[in-house]
Design a protein around this ligand. Sequence first.
Ligand SMILES: NC(=O)C1=CN([C@@H]2O[C@H](COP(=O)(O)OP(=O)(O)OC[C@H]3O[C@@H](n4cnc5c(N)ncnc54)[C@H](O)[C@@H]3O)[C@@H](O)[C@H]2O)C=CC1
Ligand SMILES: CC(=O)C(=O)O
Ligand SMILES: [Mg+2]
Length: 605
Amino acid sequence: MTLTLPTNHVRDESVDNGSFDTTNPIAVRKYLRTYGRMPPAVETYKTQSLRCLEQLESKEKPIEKYIYLSNLKKTNTHLFYRLALDNMKEMMPLIYTPVVGEACLKWSEIYQSPEGLYISWQDKGNIAAVLKNWPADHVEITVVTDGSRILGLGDLGINGMGIPIGKLALYCACGGIRPDVTLPITLDLGTNNKQFREDPLYMGTRRERVTDEEEAEFLDELMEALVERWPGIVIQYEDFKNPFPSLERYQGKYTMFNDDIQGTGAVIVAGVINAVNSNGVPIEKQRAVLFGSGSAAVGVAKQIVQFFMTEGLTEDQARRCFWLVDTKGLVTDDRGDKLAEHKVYFSRDDNKGKQFKSLLETVEYVKPTMLLGLSTVGGAFTPDILTKMGVWNKHPIIFPLSNPSSNSECTFEEAMKYTKGRVLFASGSPFPTLEYDGKFHTPGQGNNVYVFPAIGMGAILSKATTITQSMIYASATSLATSLSFSEEEEGWLYPAVERIREVSVSVTLGVIRAAQEARVDREVRIRDMSDDELEGWIRARMYDPHHESRQIEKEIKAMVSGLSLASRSSSSVKLNGAGAGAVTPPVREERASTRDKSHVPSTWL
Ligand SMILES: NC(=O)C1=CN([C@@H]2O[C@H](COP(=O)(O)OP(=O)(O)OC[C@H]3O[C@@H](n4cnc5c(N)ncnc54)[C@H](O)[C@@H]3O)[C@@H](O)[C@H]2O)C=CC1
Ligand SMILES: CC(=O)C(=O)O
Ligand SMILES: [Mg+2]
């Protein structure tokens, strides 16, 4: 089967470039020929944002807010990002976890219009042709999922599309990547979710998932096709059920990383670095129980091992600080089942033949200083376990990291209550500030959103050929040191989410420096820059929706006044409508081709 491109297959730019933005001055509206097609008032951004926030507020259910914002993003992209940047704390939970989880569960019902690429099993052999249907010639980053493990919600098939869309929105809002160079991809390789397969509204292929071997072949073709169409593209793997084999296969060959293993590992290391600085327990005495032994848990544990080694432990000493628990209990060498390969490194051999079948039994045996949850099991950190953590530790480190909120192993309130307010806490999804003992306490959010936008941006800007472990680890250390003075004073483990843009600048810088050190960078002109120079260089390349809106306006105004000067001398500009001086917009200049490996992403221009 071959696919042919319809000749009229171009993106309708007027839809997402703010042509109908109510701040557009009259001259701009006339130029764009939107004059008369929208209410006459020329508004300020302040008025415009007030209306949007009121509309958002008027929606009762979070999912309605999600749909509203999703439509706003499609119809007025810059306005959406202006709002997101200015209201990050309120908007992040709506466009990301927890509400994106609900959106994915209900994708078949709430679907309104396309966004991103769906590539199906039957497209095998023709993936390149499907990619050609994406209208943008210039794509710098893609987030790909196969929908097989969406947050902690299981196999959601193509309904997982909410995740690449949400992650890429955060790439733009937090990392400063331009929206028009992002591409969400969801693979339609069947689903083992029977309920979805039988749902008349489900929009994916109604078959069981292909085998792991078949998926591997499909991914090989996808990766080749992606770099063929967009050389230098950064590829983020997200929410795959078993992502270890693909990471192993592709990480040395493509500019790719796995967010759940590597991004999560980095973000949690950052929180752990700050937490162990406050809990006063020497590194060699730290004992970590991880509830869950999947991609995220193993990724986290491995990166904490690296941190412990930089603090002076040998690899073996560091590895032995971890106890991983899965559905069968503590992961040990002799518990009688064949361990999945990724668990073997942390499997215990010092249990003296005893098996610990549950989390409670394991924590009673280990008496951990830190308890991390990446299990998908909401409420697994029971009052009993939390109380014990409070008894064993002056400042227990408790991170319930599973998403969305309903899967969180405990709430912030529970952790505070049962440890008598002494917990060092971070959760995957946000919890509100609460008052305890007459003082307000703000929980940390240990979510990979603090690093993945900067890992991607750093890889793009340095033109990295691969994403090395040193780049990932640099994102962790840069994040750990990005607390402001007052955040440090307050004992926060992560910076305020409102500062995530700022923080992403320093994390991007750290990632670029690591790329340079590892010699995987190809952007030679920034190698000799001082940190200050590099920081300024990064900032200048970050997408700024406020600036962008003004810039379009400025450019159009300049063109309009240029044209009206010309028209005054030649009287050649046509007058359309009721005395409106409409002029024909010039054809937009094509973006530079990206087919050459040394392409210049738009973020560099
Ligand atoms: N905070 C963050 O930034 C991130 C959070 N996560 C969250 O972590 C969770 C796990 O993600 P992955 O590791 O990728 O999934 P996974 O499917 O690879 O791993 C889940 C693990 O939990 C264990 N598990 C499941 N039910 C259990 C039970 N009843 N008792 C004991 N163990 C049980 C499984 O055996 C498996 O080891 C998800 O909820 C996800 O949303 C994932 C990535 C980033
Ligand atoms: C945050 C994230 O990547 C997850 O929950 O899978
Ligand atoms: Mg994920």
